[in-house]
Design a protein around this ligand. Structure first.
Ligand code: FAD
Length: 378
């Protein structure tokens, strides 16, 4: 192969890490990254925007500033043709020798009737931005934070939202006027982590945040301001915050990949020649659970895939396997940050433990963002 063409679909956690490694270790390759947006943001910075700690502009990193050596194309991917080894966008076509699918998960708020018209979400930057003035204007009543279905990104995030809502209204002197309830279809906050779940439950109770488990909200009734719950009584709200249903990106569903992408859990290869998938777009079952949709796993997967392509192109024999280990931060509010350490592929069942909170973890979290931006955007 003369100059290998490597095409990376999606410039999120997975795409950016893969592009950076390929640029560093395989400078002879032609690496193209395609994304429909012009900027990247770290998932948890949406909380900063939602609570008014930073502006939307301040949390964006523009792809125009990507480290040199990566060819970035801003365009919408409209077709992935695995037979022809070609990707089509709204305005161009790209042939590839190696393809990395890192298109993430798509939010589908429209799949829950009434949600778009009557609810708010904090899973997109635009949603977090819209929510901020609404929270500022809220002077009392019931707020529901509802997980609308599985799978969803960053499983602790809705609980982090609830803890920070508590702080927000304490600081405003309004906490007594605000009732906060978290609704989840699951039997506990993080079913894969019983210890962490117990700790989250304890801290919710301490802050008088109600937890309604096995509550699957299927619709919002805008006339009565109630959430319809499968098999249970409706729950009234004044402000509804939902984690929208997540679906595979439409372009992936329409391709031969068919939906959440099945991969070899250790190599992240799909069943198609030289086609890999990493991050939220994949489905990696582990016992009765699955590798979670989180940046840490997308990034770790990208390292394995980039390494495999580097080996194949350069003839190096330096194998590396995805081991399903990763660390996520858990924000309890009031500056208290814990770590969730996960090992998903080390045994028949995942092993997930909670560490902290500690002051050191708070600065680790700040560094986490700074390091990635510095590394990817040079
Ligand atoms: C509130 C919140 C808090 C979070 N906190 C954490 C945390 O603390 N730790 C952690 O590890 N993770 C966290 N996450 C999760 C993390 O953000 C995601 O898991 C991570 O971004 C997944 O990376 P990815 O590369 O798979 O996909 P993404 O980062 O979602 O990237 C996919 C990219 O594909 C692009 N794309 C999709 N379709 C098309 C198309 N048709 N054409 C062109 N481009 C397209 C998108 O624009 C996007 O840039 C959080 C998420 C949220 C919402």
């Amino acid at each position: 192969m003369m100059t290998p063409k490597i095409v990376i679909l999606g410039a999120g956690f997975g795409g950016l890490e893969a592009a950076t490694l390929l640029r560093e270790r395989l400078p002879s390759a032609e690496v193209t990254v395609i994304d429909k947006t012009d900027h990247f943001i770290i998932g948890f910075s949406k909380f900063d925007v939602m609570f008014g700690r930073r502006t939307a502009e301040a949390v964006k990193s523009y792809y125009a500033d990507l480290a040199a050596g990566v060819h970035f194309v801003q365009d919408t991917i409209t077709q992935i043709n695995l037979e022809a080894k070609q990707v089509t966008t709204a305005t161009a076509s790209f042939a590839y020798d190696y393809l990395i699918v890192a298109l993430g998960a798509t939010l589908a708020p429209e799949a829950t009737p009434g949600f778009v018209e009557g609810g708010h979400e904090f899973y997109s930057l635009a949603g977090a931005e819209r929510l901020h003035p609404v929270l500022e204007a809220f002077t009392g009543g019931t707020i529901l934070v509802s997980i609308l279905g599985k799978p969803y990104k960053c499983p602790p995030a809705p609980y982090e939202a609830a803890f920070q809502l508590h702080d927000f209204f304490v600081q405003k002197g309004l906490r007594d006027a605000v009732t906060i309830k978290v609704l989840t279809p699951a039997p506990m906050p993080l079913p894969v982590a019983k210890g962490a779940s117990a700790e989250i439950e304890r801290r919710l109770a301490e802050r008088e945040i109600a937890l309604l488990t096995q509550h699957k909200v299927t619709a919002l009734d805008l006339a009565t301001q109630t959430a319809t719950v499968e098999g249970k009584e409706p729950v009234a709200y004044d402000l509804f915050l939902g984690v929208p249903l997540h679906v595979p990106p439409a372009v992936v569903r329409a391709s031969a990949l068919g939906g959440w992408v099945a991969v070899d859990p250790h190599t992240l290869k799909t069943s198609f020649d030289n086609v890999y998938a990493v991050g939220d777009v994949t489905k990696i079952p582990v016992g009765k659970f699955g590798v979670p949709k989180a940046g840490a796993f997308a990034e770790a997967g990208a390292r394995v895939v980039a390494n495999d392509i580097i080996n194949a192109v350069s003839g190096e024999a330096n194998p590396m396997h995805f081991d399903g280990t990763g660390t996520c931060f858990l924000e309890f509010g009031a500056g208290q940050v814990a770590k969730i350490n996960a090992n998903f592929l080390g045994g028949p069942e995942p092993n997930v433990t909670l560490d902290g909170p500690s002051d050191a973890f708070r600065s680790d979290k700040e560094q986490f963002e700074q390091e990635r931006i510095a590394r990817w955007f040079g």
